[in-house]
Design a protein. Sequence first.
Lengths: 550, 354
Amino acid sequence: MVPKRDVLLRISDLRIEGYSDEKWVEIVRGVDLTLHKGEVLGLIGESGAGKSTIGLAAMGFARDGCRISGGSIEFDGMELTTTPESDLRALRGSRIAYVAQSAAASFNPAHRIIDQHTEAPIQYRIQKRVEAQEDAMQLYERLRLPNPGEIGFRYPHQVSGGQLQRAMTAMAMACRPDLIIFDEPTTALDVTTQIEVLAAIRDIVDQFNTAAIYITHDLAVVAQMADTIKVLLKGEEVEEAPTEEMLDSPKEDYTKSLWAVRSFQRPQKHRPKEADAIPIVSVQGIDAAYGKTKVLDDVSFDIYPGMTVAVVGESGSGKSTTARCITGLLPPTKGQILFKGEPLPPRYQDRSKDQLRQAQMIYQMADTALNPKIRISEIIGRPAQFYGGLHGAKLKNRVDELLDLIELEPSKFYNRYPPELSGGQKQRVGIARALAADPSFIICDEVTSALDQLVAEGILKLLDRLQQEFNLAYMFITHDLATVRSIADEVVVMQRGKVVEQGPKDEMFTPPHHPYTDLLLSSVPEMDPNWLTTLLEERGTDAIGEAADV
Amino acid sequence: MSTFVIGYYALLIGASCLAAYFNKRNIFILVFSLTMISFITGIIGGAPALRFITTAAGMLALAAGTSYAFREFLIIITPEGVSKELRTAPLTAAFGMFVIFTYALAGVFAPVIAPFGEAEVISSAFAPPDETMLLGADQLGRDMFSRIIYGARNSVGLALLATMLAFIMGALAGLLAATKGGWFDQFAGRLADVIMSVPSLIFALLMLSIFGTNLAVIVIVVAVIYSPRVFRLTRAVAGNVVVMDYIEAAKLRGEGTWYLIRREILPNSTAPLIAEFGLEFCFVFLLIAGLSFLGLGIQPPTADWGSMVRENATLISFGEMTPLIPAAAIALLTVAVNFVVDWMLFRSSGLKEV
């Protein structure tokens, strides 16, 4: 465990207020935190728990519209709440560094990576430009970036997401800070890419004996990284304990519920035995292309009524493109799609109202999938009105019925607008809109990936219940294998626009696998704190850098 | 030293002492700096300068008071949703709304308010103001005040009509271009480029010389000149909306273009469009006033602020301020509309969310 070392950061009774609806609301309510030199602390909690706010406060920074209203932040003997802004600025970047969630959004696209890397050391007069560049290249090598001597001279859009996230970690290291704050650095990455970034971050933190605060909502990830884990809920601490203790025997109920969240699993269904059973959707050998870039290559699979087919793969593997082909937004260049045995017109404009009605879609981002200026009653009511021709009292009854189905109280939500709803509630409204059309087939495009784990579980349970009630067929697009494990009947694994393996779930999760399926499966972080170490040993250290290129 | 000067300083110093006593820092700084400035201006300009400051401060206070009262009045008479928005309006916006309200009253009830007809000759040319003629007479002996009132109806009404027409054409084309894309987008875009490439005043002069100067032609020509700006804005705003998933969902539902535009896209683009409406209205108003000044706009004897400035321009050389009155009317309306628009822009830009 962590030996007694000097205290680097001590936060006590930290209170931060945010300005909303014309008054100050406390969003962090008295959090204490102690971080020793070289220690890694994991902050975990749902969105809105105040994780990022605390992370930024550790740099003496409050976002626009927030203010530190009480408590103290002591960094290496310096009280940050009373330090003037100019001194804080000297501290940031040189002694405390920050790695943001989206490296793609945090790098300036107009400058080369290495120029952004060397900016801080040159500014703080720690190194001359040439030295700083050499140092950067060494760091790139340590983080196992390909071509460390050359990669820095590219622009951010010329390298992949995982590489960019590692370059950002290297940049945070540029001045050899005492403390780095990692704010969900791997959340936006695929599981296979996530591993290399995790391994790289862990290595470099070890090598330079840097202290770190690791913010995430993914327990399995934090288990790999942190010495100590602190669980937050609504701006307050729930509990804090060393990693292994926390994983083995959580004390509080809330922590236990977080741990148990992935336990939902429904019985697997199998295809109808009869030979003449017609799949509800049959994708037959489709190719598709955006302009001249071919993105789908001979994709075929069947979805039978009442079953859930999970389509998995990394981003860019063609999962969503397949969905666009089925909905008719992107006509395939070859092959055809049968709906209940009948060929579907390739373009949605050519499909009949009934064909459109039967296949519905639920989107990943409920924020952009619901029109913010239309009331919930109309969002849900419109498909019923459009397809079913319902009006007046009948329409209202139907909307009430649908709101009941998605477990939202009709009287409370009927007249609301989407921005007034929480993420999970919005996703439920998205589901109700799909249901309102009375479909037989629903495409769920990453419906849970933007949600917190507890909320996501609720959505999965709801989808499962609706499937049983209405005998719906789902095409479930996801990159999260835990979701697949809990809800799928059959699995289709895609890579670079091709189906590499497909079959019933139980077969897919038992070896032997296709090498790519194996890579995907083994890359899903597990709760075991030694998982990453073991995995890296198995794969051999050199394999990590190439993992994404398999 | 007159009693006025003594009273003046006593009041200021008393007010600043009170502010200091009650710890109203901002008010104290304001009042006390006014006191200091008054010392200097008092020494240089004497009592008249102080009188001027008093009048200006009084006018400002009156305007602020009117705006405040008008805003409270609006909050009370409007329904829940609107009044909540109105509470966020700064005093400048309230002032703007009050001025626009006054102009609208003058325009609508012009025949009731104006003591004389707009073309009625009642006195000798350039007669000075008296009891019957508040602002004196113009170059033909018509009542200036009556003509200003009628001008509100003609100039503002015409500008409003032209702006609305420009908006209907531009917004519709912009929404269609964003939704449909393809050849229509290209065609409308290039057409807008062509219109915008010709300087607006020259283009208007050319068109009016060709088609003659009746009201319908003025409205249409001005609308055509200003619709490309609206088109561009609408297309840009709607372009950001059409890529949203909810539009895709509506398309996949099989909704027609008209439903998409009306129910899905338009509600999400109204805020910048309303703000743009205010700005365009000012430009259109100034263009029409400019055209009238050049003699190609609204034709005599119809009262119009632009032509009134031109007709009375000679008086400037005699130190008379008569031609400045219609000019001030134009300026005041432009400022007022901009105050309101600033507030709306601020709201729609999302800056309010700190």
